[in-house]
Design a protein around this ligand. Structure first.
Ligand code: 13P
Length: 253
C-alpha cells in the first residue's frame, strides 16, 4: 500500500510573517490527518524558520530546487543538497516545469540534480509533464517518457529513482485553473508506472506518483481516488491553510 503524500510548493511566495501564520494554520488541522505524508516546500530563505516551527510536528520540509553539484564550491547563488539536509529538509523538488521552461533546465540537468539529491540523503520529488502544444500534438507519452528515461537509463539514476517520488504536472494545468480530468491524469500516471515497471516491477509498485496542476479542495478527492494517483503537489492552494488541509484530508484513507 502506497502512503499518500500531499506536498505544498510555495514557489516564490511568502514573508517571515506569512510563513509563521501559514504553518500555524496547517498545524492546527493536522490532528485529524492520519495516513498522509504532509510536506511543505517554502522558498530557501524561509527553510530555517520553517524548520524551527515544524520541529515538533509530523510535517516534513522540502526545498524547491538544488544545485547539481554536491557539497560546497564556487557556484554563486546556488544551494546544495547537503545544505538542504543541514537545514532539516527530507525532500527536494527537481525539474519543476518552471525550472525546465523558465530557466532552461534540460532533462540531463534535472537527472543530475535528482542523483545528487539522492546521494545527499534527500528524497527527490521528480517532476515531469507536457506543454499544451505537446499534448495537442499527441506527444504527451513521448515527452514524459523522455523525461523519465533521463533518470532511468543510468545506474546512478535508477538508484535515485528507487528513492524518489514522481510528480506528474501537465504544464497547461499549472496555475491556470484548468485541471486535468481524473481520467486524463490517471492515463498518464498509468503510463509512468508502466515505464517504471520496465525497469523493475517492485519500483513500479512502490513509487508514489503525485498529480499537480490546479488541485483544489473541490477536485482533490476525485483525483486522489484514481488507481495510480498517490497524492498531490499543490501550488496556489497550498498557500491557504484551510484549502491545503482540505486537500490533505481528501488524500487520507
Ligand atoms: P497550482 O496548484 O497553482 O496549479 O501549481 C501546481 C504546481 O506547479 C505545483 O508544483
Amino acid at each position: 500500500m502506497r502512503r499518500p503524500i500531499v506536498a505544498g510548493n510555495w514557489k516564490m511566495h511568502g514573508s517571515r510573517a506569512t510563513v509563521s501564520d501559514l504553518l500555524a494554520g496547517i498545524q492546527e488541522g493536522m490532528a485529524v490527518i492520519r495516513n498522509v505524508e504532509v510536506i511543505v516546500c517554502p522558498p530557501f530563505v524561509y527553510l530555517d524558520q520553517a524548520a524551527s516551527l515544524l520541529s515538533e510536528t509530523p510535517i516534513a520540509l522540502g526545498g524547491q530546487n538544488l544545485c547539481q553539484v554536491p557539497g560546497q564550491g564556487a557556484y554563486t547563488g546556488e544551494i546544495s543538497g547537503d545544505m538542504l539536509r543541514d537545514l532539516g529538509c527530507g525532500f527536494v523538488i527537481v525539474g519543476h516545469s518552471e525550472r525546465r521552461n523558465i530557466y532552461g533546465e534540460s532533462d540531463d540537468l534535472v537527472a543530475a540534480k535528482a542523483i545528487v539529491a539522492h546521494q545527499a540523503g534527500l528524497i527527490p520529488v521528480f517532476c515531469v509533464g507536457e506543454l499544451l502544444e505537446e499534448r495537442e500534438s499527441g506527444e504527451t507519452e513521448k515527452v514524459v517518457g523522455r523525461q523519465l528515461d533521463a533518470l532511468l537509463e543510468t545506474d546512478e539514476g535508477l538508484a535515485a529513482m528507487q528513492h524518489s517520488v514522481i510528480a506528474y504536472e501537465p504544464v497547461w494545468a499549472i496555475g491556470t485553473g484548468k485541471t486535468a480530468t481524473p481520467e486524463q491524469a490517471q492515463e498518464v500516471h498509468a503510463f509512468i508506472r508502466q515505464r517504471l515497471a520496465q525497469a523493475s516491477r517492485d519500483l513500479a509498485e512502490k513509487t508514489r506518483i503525485l498529480y499537480g496542476g490546479s488541485v483544489k479542495p473541490g477536485n482533490a478527492a476525485e483525483l486522489f481516488g484514481m488507481a495510480d494517483i498517490d497524492g498531490g503537489l499543490i501550488g496556489g492552494a497550498s498557500l491557504k491553510a484551510a484549502d491545503f488541509l482540505a486537500i490533505c484530508r481528501a488524500a487520507d484513507s
